[in-house]
Every structure is written in C-alpha cells, then in structure tokens.
Design a binder for this molecule. Structure first.
Ligand code: FMN
Length: 302
C-alpha cells in the first residue's frame, strides 16, 4: 500500500511524530512518502492509496499553510481514505476542533477522514515545558503511534469527540492568521545576532530577508516560531508575544535532575488525564497482545 503524508512542522515536534508514523507504516510493508507542505505541490505523486496530513495545532486550528495546501490539492478521481496526526502543547478538548475546516476542504476533493490522532508535545510558544514533561510526552507518543497506525491499517475508524459550536469557535480563532501577519512585521533582531542567517534560510514562507545588512520581516509570517525557536543566540524578538517566546530545541532525553518549574503544577494537573488515557490504551493493547498474539501481530508493527 502506498501512503502519502503531507505535513507541516514549525519547530520539529510534528516532524518527530511524522517520522515515527512513517516507521510504523513501513513495518506494515507500506511504502510511505513524506512531503513538507511548504515545498508546494511540485513532485507530488497521485498514485497513493491513502492520504495523511500532519500539523501542529495553532489557535485551535490547522496552520494557514496547511489549509492553503489542502485547497490547492487536486481532486482525486476516486475516493481515498484520509488520516490526520496532530500535535499540540495542551490536551484541551478544544483542540479537537482544529481539523474541521481542513476536513471539509479535503472531503470535496474526495479524501474522506477515517482516523484522527492527537499527541501532546512540548510547547514551542507560551511557556517552556520541563525536560521531564517533554520526555514523558515523547515516551507516550512513541508507544501510541504504532498502535494508532495499527488501527488505520486494520480499518478501525477513530475520530475525536465533537465540541459544541466547534466550527464557530474555530472560525473566530482563525483571527490568529491575520494577527500573525501584523505581529510578524514587529519582529526585531537584537545585537545578540551572529548573522548565521539560519532564520532567513529556514522560514517556511520566505518572510525574512536582508536589505542593506538589516533583517526585514515581511507580511507573510505564519507564527510557526521556527526562526525564534531555533535562533542559536536567542536574538529574535517576536513582537507582542515576546513574553511567550520559547527558545531552544527540546532534547526529549530523560533528564538527570528534575527541575523546579513554575508551570509544573498546572502541567501535572491538566495533563494527568491525557497521560492516564494514553497509557491505559497502551496497556490494554499489550494485555490483548499477550492473550491473543496472532490478532495483535496484525494491529501492531513488530
Ligand atoms: C502560534 C501558535 C499557536 C498555538 N496554538 C496552540 C493551541 O491552540 N493549542 C495547543 O494546545 N497548542 C498550541 N500551540 C503549541 C503547538 O501546537 C505545539 O507546541 C506543537 O507541538 C508545535 O509543533 P511543531 O514543532 O511541529 O511546530 C501553538 C503554538 C504556536 C506557535
């Protein structure tokens, strides 16, 4: 089976998940093509059997770059299955509404949603999660991904719960798309800059240029945070949201010392259910596997 997964990842979390999703599909003997949506539609094959979309939740929506990509996708002559993998910093139920627009666009193109999965990954904006939390999130995602891919392969549908007035709330929250453009113009580079130009090269929409030796931020910012998150000297100020900036990649390894973090209490409480539910799913699949090894061999990669 041929699977095409089109994805966007601002700072790397979704890409990490997508790579793991690819490995899980490959262990089912599928051939998987990963395609970054920022590369546009060139070289996109049409002989795939299933379409996957992956993205980070932005203001309870899919990022605009993902929605625009979906709008430009060609209509499939035959109906194909669609699955979605998304990451977000919080396990809020409101995140369930983020694919609504995307799914209706893709339905018109003959891609019909059968499965949607959501993993918490550390925040790339608002506040920095502790290394322990980043480690815990990734440990769970790594266990869930092969199980969730097993569900897709076995034809078991999985959709997220509906939210009352979800379509309307998502529409309102898409103000972030406009806010991002205005705010992007306010980005500034401080004298900590070492002129490596990593930000210029990596911006997914080519919004950062250099004119007369100065950085110019255009009107196309999609607030993915790639430039400021990965800036090696933390030299980029992100306008109105400077106090929410997170700088520096998470390493996802088990930390040697547990740090004291002012967000820890909030995190522990609000993520408790997410971890409990996730590990319950992992444990129940493992229990089924030991009582009925033949059946689970089909649902889980070896
Ligand atoms: C502009 C912006 C908006 C975000 N909005 C949400 C949100 O509505 N809900 C949430 O839980 N996380 C939100 N996040 C956090 C990201 O979804 C999360 O950190 C994600 O894993 C980042 O993935 P990436 O590294 O692939 O970009 C937001 C992040 C950014 C930059």
């Amino acid at each position: 089976m041929k699977i095409l997964i089109c994805y966007f990842s601002g700072t790397g979390n979704t890409e990490k998940v997508v790579r793991s999703v690819r490995d899980a599909f490959e262990s089912h003997d599928c051939s998987v093509l990963l395609h970054k949506v920022e590369k546009g539609l060139d070289d996109l094959p049409d002989d795939f059997d299933m379409l996957g979309i992956a993205y980070p939740v932005h203001a309870f929506n899919a990022p605009e770059i993902v929605v625009d990509f979906a709008k430009k996708l060609e209509k499939s002559p035959v109906q194909k299955k669609l699955f979605i993998f998304k990451t977000s910093g919080e396990p809020l139920k409101l995140n369930n509404i983020s694919s609504l627009k995307l799914v209706s666009i893709l339905k018109k193109k003959n891609f019909v949603l059968t499965n949607e999965y959501h993993y918490c990954m550390p925040y790339n904006m608002i506040f920095r999660h502790t290394d322990q939390m980043a480690y815990d999130m990734w440990q769970l995602a790594q266990q869930l991904i092969p199980i969730d891919v097993g569900e897709i392969m076995s034809g078991k549908s999985a959709k997220l719960k509906k939210v009352f007035c979800g379509r309307f709330i998502a529409w309102v929250m898409r103000i972030e798309w406009w806010g991002g453009r205005f705010n992007g113009k306010k980005y500034k580079v401080t004298d900590k800059c070492i002129h490596c130009q990593k930000c210029v090269r990596s911006c997914p929409v080519g919004n950062i240029t250099i004119k007369d030796g100065k950085f110019v931020f255009g009107k196309k910012c999609i607030m993915c945070m790639r430039c400021s998150f990965h800036c090696p000297t933390n030299a980029i100020k992100i306008g109105w949201f400077e106090s929410w900036k997170v700088n520096g990649a998470y390493n996802f390894n088990k930390p040697e010392n547990v740090e004291d973090n002012k967000h820890d209490k909030f995190c522990k409480k609000s993520y408790k259910k997410y971890f409990e539910r996730g590990w319950a799913k992992v444990n129940s699949v493992e229990a089924d596997a030991s009582s009925n090894p033949g059946q689970i061999a089909e649902a889980q990669p070896e």
